[in-house]
Design a protein around this ligand. Structure first.
Ligand code: CTP
Length: 403
């Protein structure tokens, strides 16, 4: 999720460092907007380092990007923590005298505020009225907690703990894949020839990682079985609280891991590029020309994991395959894809055209999704994340139709 965290000028700003960290390690894209006063408590460098994004505080910077509305528009969620009495009054009045104020007016995302102030200020009729108005407008208020305040006194006014603010904010999102258990495979298997060589393929694992992230962002619990992937591809998935990553090497290992993970799954999506063949006898020592020129490698066929999953699926389990095909035109692509879908027996087959310069190692993708009736159920193009979301839309449509 794209999350904006507004920080206003209270000592509890130090707790917001941990709050931002929790969101970032949860796989979210976090943009911090501190007010000038907040920067007196925690500096810009800390916010940039912890959020892993640049931080600006002024409406007059990056004017060409129209930053004062851009962040608000992009946000899926805005959290203001700590929210001082003054900032709550500004929000209630709709003041737009800084970047946080303009962002709050420009957003239609849910807004969560975590008030922090002294008990007298929290209980003052002005603050009570402001909170009531904000609640009426749909702003979500978390806390404040009752406890020790700055200066040694105690009472309601303490900012809620970062873990509680995050849990409260994320619980506002009930995704359309809530409660679903899904398994996704990704990457390319590597079949060893000898201790240093292998048969592999060009799959980067990006599309599968995005299928996993999209599902998790929409509420599913994901088991991601990853063969070889490009560097950094699994970073966000490994940090996501709803994704469990298992690493594998060969097709046989992938098959075993996917079958084990699939026992309770509602949906299994095989994005991995699985080697169809392995070397009949893997050499224990490095093959050398000294042994004479290598004339050929004897290969044996690997099991078709996907077809096996379809054959042994539990009732109601949906199985989705991917197919990367080369074709001279769209008709040939669809013909090949239809034959493959029937051969595998999957509920959905996501087909993309690949070539020497398309489909691999790129951020974008273009796919056609074939349904069990061999008709085109969906077409999608754009980033691999957009393609992943279109796939989950198609999965939901099939599940809805079969209920
Ligand atoms: N697949 C699999 N096990 C294999 C090969 C492929 O589970 N041994 C899965 C892939 O993960 C993918 C789908 O099958 O979801 C299609 O992969 P692809 O390589 O296109 O299928 P093949 O059956 O190998 O077809 P082809 O003969 O065209 O290579």
């Amino acid at each position: 999720m794209f999350i904006v965290v507004g920080v206003t000028g209270g000592i509890a700003a130090y707790k917001t460092v941990q709050l931002v960290r929790l969101l970032v390690t949860g796989g979210h894209d976090v943009h911090v907007i501190p007010t000038d006063d907040a920067l007196r408590f925690v500096g810009l460098t800390t916010w940039e380092a912890i959020s892993r994004n640049p931080v600006t505080t002024s409406v007059h910077e990056d004017v060409s990007e129209v930053r004062h509305v851009a962040l608000g528009r992009k946000a899926d969620l805005v959290i203001v923590a700590p929210a001082t009495a003054n900032s709550l009054a500004s929000m209630t009045a709709g003041l737009a005298d800084d970047l946080l104020g303009t962002t709050l007016l420009a957003t239609s995302a849910p807004v969560v505020v975590a008030p922090a102030m002294h008990t007298e200020m929290w209980q003052h009729p002005a603050t009570v009225a402001n909170i009531a108005t904000l609640r009426e407008r749909g702003v979500h208020v978390v806390g404040p907690a009752d406890g020790l305040l700055t200066g040694g006194d105690s009472g309601p006014g303490r900012m809620s703990e970062p873990e509680d603010v995050v849990a409260f904010a994320l619980a506002l999102f009930t995704g359309d894949l809530d409660g679903l258990e899904v398994v996704v495979s990704t990457g390319g298997t590597r079949e060893p020839i000898d201790p240093v060589r292998y048969i592999g393929n060009r799959s980067s694992g990006r599309q599968g990682a995005e299928v996993a992230l999209a599902a998790a962002a929409r509420g599913a619990r994901v088991r991601l079985v990853a063969a070889h992937v490009d560097g950094g591809v699994l970073d966000a998935a490994s940090r996501h609280p709803r994704i469990a990553v298992t690493r594998v090497g060969t097709a046989a290992e992938l098959g075993e891991a996917v079958r084990a993970a699939s026992a309770d799954a509602n949906v299994v999506v095989m994005v991995a590029a699985v080697a169809d063949y392995r070397v009949a006898e893997v050499s224990d020592r490095k093959l050398s020309k000294e042994d004479g020129p290598l004339q050929s490698l004897e290969l044996v066929q690997n099991e078709d994991i996907l077809a096996g999953l379809v054959g042994s699926r539990r009732s109601g389990q949906m199985i989705v395959g991917f197919a990367a095909e080369t074709a001279t035109d769209a008709d040939e692509l669809l013909d090949r894809a239809r034959r493959k879908r029937r051969r595998k027996g999957v509920d959905l087959l996501v087909v993309n055209e690949v070539g020497w310069s398309a489909g691999f190692e790129t951020p974008d993708n273009r796919v056609v999704v074939l349904g069990a009736d061999d008709e085109v159920a969906a077409e999608a193009s754009g980033t691999k994340r957009q393609v992943a979301d279109a796939l989950w839309d198609a999965v939901l449509a099939v599940r809805a139709a079969s209920n």
